[in-house]
Design a protein around this ligand. Structure first.
Ligand code: HEC
Ligand code: HEC
Length: 237
């Protein structure tokens, strides 16, 4: 059994505990009858990246000192939007996202720690691999989706180069801001990680935030072959 399936099995085993924890003590202000963390109204998160550098000693063992994962099963945190990273940490801490390792890691962080750490990892450049095959099935799905099967183009939310949508309208002052700063970049992520994340969304084991619900809807339509094709394409984008 590979690492990903071990973690997945552990996740499934931990799921009832997380559900109970949510029911027993919904987090202040965010507990809703539907049981997910609503991030629609969140403002861009700011933190102190320098302070964050002093708080990631343990994290580095798995995520690398500058946010490049030490094993391909983990996502790279380097260069992700700070608000996205903050939301994930808060979701782990409050029990809306569950992982046998990360739930415990996030539990010991204060809100300020999470903001500082998010700012710290966001300050690095993401991984870059290059060499993408633009005619591959994964590339087509990413660019165009598959309307016949109700699959939207991934680039609509993750951007043509997986570094966020263009134009990045959040920069336009005074205009209503789409929540792109809460969305992850997929640029430079490993095949194993993409496969695990898409499988988790599809199976509903990662569905604890309003953003995860969006991605869960997208993943519903993906076949195993689609996930394989996307996992082959994304690391090279
Ligand atoms: C022993 C290894 C380990 C340590 C130490 C660790 N993590 Fe993680 N981290 C994981 C695993 C495993 C996942 C993937 C969970 C999943 O797939 O649901 C993860 C996921 C994450 C994610 C979500 C990434 C994404 O895009 O989905 C963030 C953010 C994160 N970790 C931050 C941290 C921070 C901050 C620390 C230190 C306080 C830390 N981690 C310590 C193993 C670790
Ligand atoms: C309608 C917008 C939307 C579309 C279209 C979309 N995504 Fe997402 N995606 C999201 C959001 C929002 C998240 C963050 C979910 C969360 O916070 O848990 C996400 C998360 C992800 C993640 C996890 C990243 C991480 O660091 O943990 C992967 C992988 C992913 N999407 C792949 C895809 C692929 C492949 C497609 C196309 C088949 C796609 N997405 C289409 C909005 C979208």
């Amino acid at each position: 059994m590979n690492y990903a399936s071990t973690v997945l099995l552990a996740l499934l085993a931990a799921a009832p505990i997380a559900a109970f924890a949510q029911e027993a003590s919904p987090p202040a202000g965010t507990g809703t009858p539907t049981g997910f963390m609503d991030v629609r109204a969140i403002r861009p998160v700011a933190g102190d990246a320098k302070a964050g550098a002093g708080k990631v000693t343990i994290c580095s063992a798995c995520h690398g000192h500058s946010g490049m994962a030490v094993v391909p099963e983990l996502g790279n945190l380097a260069g992700q939007p700070a608000t996205y990273l903050y939301i994930q940490l808060k979701a782990f801490k409050d029990g809306y996202r569950s992982d046998p390792v990360m739930s415990g890691q996030a539990a010991r962080l204060s809100d300020e720690d999470m903001r500082d750490i998010a700012a710290y990892y966001a300050s690095f450049a993401p991984a870059s691999h290059g060499g993408t095959d633009t005619s591959s099935p994964g590339a087509r799905l990413y660019r165009e989706g598959d309307p016949g099967r109700g699959i939207p183009p991934c680039q609509g939310c993750h951007g043509p180069d997986a570094r966020g949508p263009r134009p990045f309208v959040a920069d336009v002052e005074g205009k209503p801001q789409p929540p792109w700063f809460t969305y992850p970049y997929l640029h430079g992520q490993s095949a194993n990680f993409v496969t695990k994340a898409l499988g988790d969304f599809r199976a509903g084991v990662r569905a604890g935030t309003s953003n995860a619900r969006i991605m869960q809807g997208v993943a519903q339509g993906l076949s195993d072959a689609d996930i394989q094709a996307l996992s082959a394409y994304l690391p090279h984008l």
